[in-house]
Design a protein. Sequence first.
Length: 439
Amino acid sequence: MTAQAIEEVRLTAFKSFRGETLRLAPLTVLIGRNSGGKSNALDGLEVLSRLASGEDITDALESRHSAAGPVRGGLAGCVPHGTDSFTLGCSVTGEQGPIHLDVTVTLEPDVRIVAERLEGPTKSGPRPLLKSYDPDPHLGDIHAAWHNGKPGRNPSGPFRGSRLLTAQLPSRIEGRTRGERDTLHAAEAMLSALSSVFHLDPVPHLMRQYVPSRDTQIRRTAENLSAAIGNIERRDPALFRRLVTLLRGLADHQIETLTVTRSDLGDVMLGLDEGEQGLTPAREMSDGMLRFLAITTSLLTGSRGLDLGPGKRPLSAPSDQALMLVIEELENGLHPSQASEVLHLVRQASEENGTQVLITTHSPALLSALSREDHEGVVVCHRDRDSGTSRLTRLTELDGYPVAMASGPLGDVVTQGRLERTEPDQRDFSDFDRLLGIG
């Protein structure tokens, strides 16, 4: 794991989750039946990332003034049924040790923070660095104390209850003492890690239009892919050649190169030079080809090539900060051979620039392409039959995992039926089958 990588997301009370933890690896793969809670787990990370921008909570999660759109279900959809608040947390690797953030947001009577705690390393060991007091229901502000390393009571003061308190720390304390500098360092590391979360949701039909050539950082829908690839062609020829080579390896027909054509107004559109077959513009390219290009370009460029959004990149963060790339149903629109090639790129991106990748998938081909080492990052998401809440379990911790892996690749285990039973092992693996959607 790289510096400031996100180690885990705590879904303490969020949507369908109660007291669950999503532990993250360089490659984390969420699998399980539909409606098990996979998307809800991704939403928890998305909410934390948006809160880290320092925006007003309602604006951040409802996105009233931006093109990002609301989080799935909006604010009201974040709270578990029968409650009026949600609680999330996360842990991040730091240079001196782990940093932990936990926050509770209530929707009634007003949207506001009602509890927040930041913990992290100091000269004298791990300590609470920011801790809120019980809120006054008649005030919009919330008081909190921060660590300054001096003997006696820590200083405290009012914070705006409508925004993440940790995001307000850099403008509230000056860092005059060693303790305050420890607090600021932890806050900035947490905000930097959360600001690096990028949810990629490529929409092929949006990529088939001319776009302004200056719009070079890939947005969530990858609608400006043409401009992004045109920028790579101009500024990083080696990376552009690598992208073309990857594309050639996936196609079953001749590909000379990628081209970027300009309209009379200076807008650009991606094209595919197919040699004797001529030029195929983006408006005629397949969904799978465009989706593959969007995912591959995002992996190759890292955070410097993505539009992380206003306020999502702290001023102190480097331009090549570590990236957490989130992709739902990676296999959508891709041939099975393309899915495995993208998985290979994921591993390369993790090794080369520290990119973490979090995906969901139902693809047997992709699951079978996972190595035994990758299995440590596979998490099964399922609903508890008694409570109806979502649960998260590492694949390798499921009873029946060793026997299942002895019967063949993971993709085959999921698609070809129940586990083989041989003497003397007659254990019941029906729960394993059920959680993986077998049978």
